[in-house]
Design a binder for this molecule. Sequence first.
Ligand code: SF4
Ligand code: SF4
Length: 461
Amino acid sequence: MSEQEQGTFRDRHSSITEEGKRNWSYALKPKGKLYQYRSWLSYFYLLLFFSLPFIKVDGNPMFQFNFPEGEFIFFSTLFTPQDFIMFGIGMLIFILFIIIFTLIYGRIFCGWVCPQTIFMEMVFRKIEYFIEGDGNKQRINNKKAWTTELYIRKTIKHIVFLALSFAISNTFLSYIIGVDALYKIITEPVSEHIVGFVAIFFFTMAFYVVYAFVREIVCTVICPYGRLQGVLLDKNSIIVAYNYLRGEPRNKKQKEAGAGDCIDCGMCVNVCPTNIDIRNGTQLECVNCTACIDACNMMMKNVGKAPELITFASENSIASGKKFEFTYRIKSYTAVLGVLMVLLTVLILTRTTFDSTIMRVPGQSIQENADGTISNLYRIKVTNKSNKALPYHLLATDPNVKIERIGIPLDSLKGRQLAEETFFIKVFPKNIHQRKMKYEIKLMSGNKVMETKSATFISEF
Ligand code: SF4
Ligand code: SF4
């Protein structure tokens, strides 16, 4: 009786054998259209990953996630703690996006986009194939007494893995502290950058352990997104699914009457990096890498049957025997995703470079001046959120309002500078029409309006 018939496949984790030992994945290299697409996507992804920290626009890298200093750069735009509202909205949109995306498209992100899978399957495993041979060869060699050649091959593999982990660790760190800070750590004496060196060492070892030993367990046990699949997926979610209506009863001897299309060749299991049999149904361990689709399509072609016995489909579409269709629900959720993306883009693009607060100076009464004007005193706190120095001055929208700054007026703000100054708003009584007036103050950088604020003006009207 098969594991599926007994239901025992759910009794233990796919990375654990019945004896409780590690069930090492010797996944065979898939061949097929989807694997090709994944490979191209991964080359593009790797190119981006290793080059983005070096690409700068206006002195800012494209992306930087400086958690220690609370500064984040998206598309070369710096976000500081002053942007926490936008950051909060962005996070909310991001979480909503993940939920809706997973509800519709299942775990496709894991198999095709997640850095863990890309590095594991498209970099480290390919290196392993190159040095140690394909999955079958590795399985056989590891069971036998190790030869000198195997020791040498494994040593070379682990040296290459360590070197790659070191490269990934440095790149990863440059996304946090920036390439310039990383360059300093590498080129200056160790004693001046103890924390930096510890971080490089820690990340190198972490990546090495993950890709050399932990591997698919990151996706099937450790990753919180993976663990959430159980609640995020429903029977209409698109998943990698086996069409049991067509495939069962599986039969090696295809000539037997009533035999399903599955020839029980086991190729879908052999290529699976998480060691599962997709014919048992949806499983938490499936990362939607689509290797089994390629493998089964190849087998179907070999025996002259239609492809897509394993395919992208929802559980409901398989059960109803209907071809998968983009339902109204999927289309509307996709539209919501689009709106969320646009919203986030608009938020990023409309973000101001200057961030300020203007307040009346407490305890200051209304003043009557020698020139006949009435004045109120204000304090402005302004941050230049960009990386470069920018010219700065204040301008009142109302031509009847005069701004008079106290002391030496600020004429520029350095990159990331928080500055303060005090100023009077002066108005002739004939232009005051009520006790509390609101005046617009523009924060200018040259001729460009960076931000518009309003200030409350109080008089004895
Ligand atoms: S079952 Fe198929 S799609 Fe899922 S992880 Fe295994 S090979 Fe990839
Ligand atoms: S690869 Fe296809 S034919 Fe072979 S066992 Fe898997 S589902 Fe059946």
